[in-house]
Design a protein around this ligand. Sequence first.
Ligand SMILES: Cc1ncc(COP(=O)(O)O)c(C=O)c1O
Length: 472
Amino acid sequence: MDFLMFQLIHNSKTPLYEQLYQSIKKAIINGTIEEGIKLPSKRKLAEYLAVSQTTIEFAYSQLVAEGFIVSEPRRGYFVQNLEELAIIEQGIASIVPESTDIPSFTVDLSTGKIDTDSFPFKTWRRYAKDIVNEENGELLQLGHPQGDYLLRQQISSYLFQSRGVKSTPEQIILGSGTEQIMPLIIHLLGEKAVYGFENPGYPLTHHLFFNDSRMSVPIAVDNDGVIVSKLEQSFANVMYVTPSHQFPTGAVLSATRRNQLLAWAYQQDNRYIIEDDYDSEFRYTGKPIPSLQGIDQNERVIYLSTFSKSLMPSLRIAYAVLPKSLILQYKQRFSYYAATVPRMDQHILANFMEDGYFAKHLNRMRKIYKRKLEIITKTILQYHPTVSISGEQAGMHILLTIRTTKTETELVKLAEQADIRIYGLQDYISSNLDEQTFPKLVLGFGGLKMEQVASSIHQLMKALEIKKHRNS
Ligand SMILES: Cc1ncc(COP(=O)(O)O)c(C=O)c1O
């Protein structure tokens, strides 16, 4: 396995899996790894390189997708013939078989999962049946490029009532996910924009800035959210933030910092805040936190949210509310792009919202996620003070701080060996943070079944070799 002894940099801006994928790809192209060679199993390579199995899995999947290696069922991964690959790259890439190897874990504590048991299938089906109907033949044609007015209207009034967001339907653009809308915003703000992003933060946005060759600077986060004084010292003129429930630390941006952030934006004409309010529907304690957009007096906040948490991630519907000056530019520059959300789905959702089912669903889900969180808090208390929780005021993930001599990578690996998927905070960090603290794990609980919440936590603690301190 010596030919795979790559030097991976743990605190690099480039994720570990990407470094590994690039290194293997390079070695295949320059012939260090020869055609036909069997690569070690994911588990073995993970052990050898002292990284998580998920890292290897992502790297291998990317190599399979690009045809550098093939996955042969029950045999393993084999390096492809590069000449064949050249042919594939010339135009028949689609014949490369996809890996059917979808990773599944006994306990999945990754973020991004929702509770599937409580989805109102019956109601949704009824609305779907009403929409997929001969009478709605018009829905087979393309609709408005920003998304159909009907749904934008529903979103606008929902946002005002629940988040204090001030908008007209004309200011709203729909897209198939935050990841689809963000590049549009990035293009709209031009090449000169320099982005500040939270560190730790949502990795997708860092990739988007990188892929579009935009300058971006990590801004540290503490218990009160992003540290605005650090932003003030930077060259950034656009700040991407998750103020209501920071991803992934769960911190809530304090009132002082909110005012400071808005004041920063008002200091120069070209400054903007991108407020990603992805899971604000689920707030469990204290007063609801108003959106930054709602308190902004100078049209400097671009508000972004999604139905991925509130309904389902596979729906692929997210939206942005653009300030008036930007929406005019948007209409001039981007109106020739067709909406990316299927019209039938837009109408099902609009009717579902209009008849009050969305609000009802949110109320129900808030109680369910709150209950799961209560069980987690109570269970973790048994492992206190070795384990403590933060970021539990909202959303579907929390942060665990573990007082141990083990490293974060070791903890993630121990979990993996027990077939538990969980990510360490390091996976969300873009550049070294000064503070040396105890390892932290980001625990997503949305997808756990209610009856398995407590047992999943006990399983995790057992895997991490953490003993109970008390029994209640
Ligand atoms: C910070 C953040 N923003 C947005 C999203 C949702 O993205 P999308 O709308 O592309 O599903 C997520 C999902 O996990 C998230 O963590």
